[in-house]
Design a protein around this ligand. Structure first.
Ligand code: JFZ
Length: 294
């Protein structure tokens, strides 16, 4: 583990990207749930999801300019929409909406800038018919665990070397029900050098304090993730931006305490990064260039 984690500990600073169908509405990534949008209506968003060409290239250049060493993009958030060309569902960016494999574009963009590649993957799924009933219906659980492991297998198989798997929200099942041990075994078989977080209910390689800095004891690796404004996914009229100074301070605090810092952007549906995010990250990058990396 120490060897697998060496580059990650050294990297210290990464870019988180929350991007999906929710970006079309601009009310954050929980909008399906928070506004009670019926699934058939929500699915229509795919028709309006039209990223510009090379959107991910812009993020990768921005990450590079900011001094970030890795990028972690949402491949599937709670909405269930798969951003890649999956064989397991039609609810994906290849077959609905853009007609492109947005995960592949992301991976290629990060590599073009020499950045490490991370996949965010939400276990919780509001769209799949078994996604919630799997907690009370054993047949549904079996199907949904097959589906989940199958999706992760594709992500770990089809895009070359992946550096980070960033699981999220493991509701409504327990780690035993997700078969998380078997999940991680598969992941490490396919990607022996990958680093995984702890949000599939297992310990994983690192802890994930959120919107706060909290060192984990006894030398265990950790990564604090934070937004630049209030929301993760794109949010119109969300103007409470952190200052570049605050980001630099947080990065320094994380580094001093032995952790990593993952800072989020929420691009618009077309991939445009909010101007304020660009300004903050570029300012952070210029400061790091002059003052050396924390
Ligand atoms: C989750 C998601 O629900 C959210 O949309 C976003 O993707 C974020 C990065 O992760 O939210 C969480 C997950 C875990 C905690 C808090 C919010 N937690 O452990 O405190």
């Amino acid at each position: 583990r120490a060897q697998r984690l060496a580059w990650w500990r050294d990297a210290k600073f990464g870019m988180f990207i929350h991007w999906g169908l929710y970006s079309v509405i601009g009310h954050q990534e929980w909008v399906l749930e928070s506004e009670g949008i019926p699934i058939p209506q929500y699915e229509i968003l795919a028709k309006h999801f039209k990223p510009k060409p090379n959107a991910a290239r812009e993020w990768a250049r921005l990450a590079k300019a900011a001094g970030q060493k890795y990028m972690v993009m949402t491949t599937k958030h709670h909405e269930g929409f798969c951003m890649w060309d999956t064989k397991q569902t039609d609810y994906c960016a290849m077959k609905q909406g853009p007609g492109r494999d947005l995960v592949r574009e992301f991976v290629e963009a990060a590599r073009a800038e020499g950045l490490r590649v991370g996949f965010y993957y939400s276990l919780m799924d509001w769209h799949h018919p078994d996604g919630m009933r799997c907690a009370t219906d054993e047949a549904a659980r079996k199907r949904f665990v097959d589906y989940t492991h199958g999706l992760i297998r594709e992500l770990m198989t089809n895009y070359g070397k992946i550096d980070i798997l960033w699981y999220d929200v493991d509701l409504p099942l327990t780690p035993e029900q997700w078969e998380s041990e078997r999940m991680n075994r598969m992941v490490f078989e396919l990607q022996p050098e990958i680093v995984v977080n702890n949000r599939n209910g297992l310990e994983g390689d690192f802890s994930t304090p959120e919107q706060k800095i909290e060192a984990s004891g006894s030398g265990r690796a950790w990564e604090s993730c934070m937004t630049l404004n209030q929301g993760w996914g794109f949010q119109l009229h969300d103007d409470e931006w952190k200052s570049p100074r605050a980001i630099i301070d947080n990065l320094a605090t994380c580094a001093q305490q032995g952790g990593n810092y993952l800072v989020n952007i929420g691009p618009e549906a077309d991939g445009t990064v909010p101007a304020a995010s660009v300004r903050i990250l570029e300012t952070v990058g210029r400061w790091l260039e002059v003052n050396g990396r924390a």
